[in-house]
Design a protein around this ligand. Structure first.
Ligand code: SF4
Ligand code: ZN
Ligand code: ZN
Length: 305
């Protein structure tokens, strides 16, 4: 291992795409600076903003919450309990412990109470769980942030997530999704501002921050993650990264610099859902339609009907 780029002591971390090594202290400093620079570069929020961090119990979202707290931002957490058995229980406990030891506020929203747990919905829906799970999380995170007066919703999406999404959107030439793929989505039309301050940091870099920073996180994956198509895209990109370090970051940053400015999202007209009032393109939002399907399927499958 090379010597620390900053202080010359023995390095514990080597970052191949920058060809530099860091000791523990200077890696944590480098990581924090990288997050701070990203927040400023994209005008995500300031130290006066009320930020709600969506936490899952994993390394990315907890590293994000930790670094925002250390940098002096006003950031509270939101854990959405998806009701996925022991995985959700363990994740909630880890998030609660994280908040408690740092004196931070954590909100917990139970999906089972709000609509139904992911396994319950899975039994009735034909789609893969990740498709409705993502939709439900986005809906409740946004609604919760608005109700509690948070102006910013921050998520722990990392470079691996973002470059895999970019890759899949490019393969399908999904122009509308590409136009909306940006580290900051502005507020308005019923949405709070959504930001991804970790989008330049890889999964590995977040894991290193969590490990060296002594953050306890849930290592096990969600049991439904296996079938997700993003895993295949991540594998391909990681192979390219291995051969040529820095590929993922270049791929994503060049997209933002070169292609994104040429894309224009189709202006979709949004209105308020006639049932819940949240933004939607139709008369009734997809979540309320799901709720209706769930209640009719539950009723028709109950023994008394
Ligand atoms: Fe939800 Fe899929 Fe993530 Fe599991 S892997 S938490 S089902 S989006
Ligand atoms: Zn050092
Ligand atoms: Zn609705």
């Amino acid at each position: 291992m090379k010597k620390c780029y900053k202080c010359g002591l023995k390095g514990v971390v080597y970052l191949p795409q920058y060809r530099i090594a860091f000791c523990k202290e200077h890696y944590l400093e480098w990581y924090s600076r990288r997050v701070e620079e990203t927040i400023k570069e994209f005008h995500m929020f300031t130290r006066e903003s009320r930020v709600l961090v969506a936490v899952s119990g994993g390394k990315d979202s907890l590293s994000l919450w930790d670094v925002l707290y250390r940098l002096g931002y006003k950031a509270d957490g939101l854990y959405i309990d998806l009701g996925i058995g022991e995985y959700s229980e363990r994740s909630r406990i880890v998030c609660e412990r994280f908040a408690q030891t740092r004196g931070l506020e954590l909100h917990v929203l139970s999906l089972g109470e709000a609509i139904a747990t992911i396994p319950e919905i899975k039994r009735l829906e034909k789609r893969p769980p990740c498709s409705f799970c993502g939709q439900l999380k986005r809906y409740y995170m946004n609604r919760f942030a608005k109700e509690k007066g948070y102006s910013i919703l921050a998520t722990g999406h990392n470079l691996d997530d973002e470059s895999a999404t970019l890759f899949s959107n490019l393969l399908a030439w999904n122009m509308d999704y590409l136009a909306r793929q940006f580290p900051l989505l502005p507020e308005g039309k019923g949405f709070v501002r959504r930001v991804k301050p970790l989008f330049k940091l890889s999964e590995k870099e977040n894991a290193l921050y969590a490990f060296l920073g002594g953050i306890e996180y849930v290592e096990e994956e969600c049991p439904f993650a296996e079938g997700a198509s993003s895993i295949g895209y991540k594998k391909v990109l990681s192979q390219l990264e291995e051969e040529s370090p820095g590929t993922k970051l270049r791929f994503y940053m060049d997209f933002l610099r070169r292609l994104h400015p040429l894309l224009k999202a189709q202006e979709v007209e949004l209105r308020h859902c006639s049932i819940c009032g949240e933004p939607t393109t139709g008369e009734v939002c997809s979540l309320c339609r799901l709720r209706e399907r769930l209640s009719s399927k539950t009723l028709s499958s109950s023994p008394s009907s």
